[in-house]
Write a protein that binds this ligand. Structure first.
Ligand code: SAH
Length: 229
């Protein structure tokens, strides 16, 4: 299955950007996913390509017009979920990323200025997704981060499928510390247990480290782990 991604943006030239590199770039070349950009300005009604207007009721900034954005959607939408990157959205978590990685196609609206007219969200039953509790200048950055996480999970993208299993946020635990060669560096040695070859003890140590680190840094996650047991 090829995942088809359509991006509605006023800055199509931003794409694929970093998604064109490394694992996501190779997956794009290999046709594991497809990327199409739609320039919202191409669907404007005047010769200047106006996409925004002042907010009704007053206030700062500009709002993206529903008629122009709607025109872009009506002329390009071919099915599947429509997502609007938005600080008001549901938080993007690894669980959400996993869920989205199973979709056949995604249409992603990238806002600019102060965002988009609310009626777009109602009319097209749009899902709002946030990448975190801070405000960016545009949805493009957020869309790219979300897509990076999604594409990484598509079958055939990671060489070793097992490498996603023990990662941070799997089972709501942060990852245990990782080491590689050299065994001794600046008087710091790799923990001996990892050199013991005793897989069961190693797994136990890693689990205990993951619990410890999560307890220190993200007790909120640990509560979820305990709740789920
Ligand atoms: N006035 C809006 C913020 C607009 S920021 C508000 O207070 O909610 C401009 C655009 O950047 C938004 O339309 C959205 O597409 C994108 N954006 C900003 N922060 C984001 C975040 N944390 N997650 C996802 N998209 C974000």
């Amino acid at each position: 299955m090829v995942m088809e991604v359509k991006i509605l943006t006023i800055f199509p030239e931003i794409f694929p950007g970093f998604l064109g590199y490394s694992l996501t770039g190779k997956a794009l070349k290999d046709g594991i996913w497809q990327l199409e950009t739609v320039n919202i300005r191409d669907y404007a009604f005047d010769k200047h390509g106006s996409v925004d207007d002042t907010p009704c009721g007053g206030g700062a900034g500009m709002i993206m017009r529903p008629d122009v954005l709607g025109n872009a959607i009506d002329n390009t939408y071919t099915g599947g979920r429509i997502i609007y990157m938005s600080p008001r959205g549901k938080p993007l978590t690894q669980a959400k990323v996993k869920e989205l990685s199973k979709e056949k196609s995604l249409t992603i609206i990238c806002g600019r200025f102060e965002g988009i007219d609310e009626r777009i969200i109602e009319e097209y039953k749009v899902d709002e997704i946030s990448i975190g509790d801070y405000i960016l200048t545009g949805g493009e950055q957020a869309a790219m981060i979300m897509l990076d996480a999604i594409v990484r999970l598509l079958p055939g993208v990671l060489g070793n499928a097992a490498s996603t299993e023990n990662e941070s946020y799997e089972d709501n635990l942060l990852e245990y510390p990782q080491y590689t060669r050299p065994i001794s560096w600046k008087n710091r040695d790799v923990p001996e247990i990892l050199l013991s070859g005793h897989h069961e003890n190693i797994a136990k140590w890693q689990r205990q480290q993951a619990l410890q680190i999560t307890k220190e840094r993200r007790p909120d996650l640990l509560e979820k782990t305990l709740d789920s047991k």
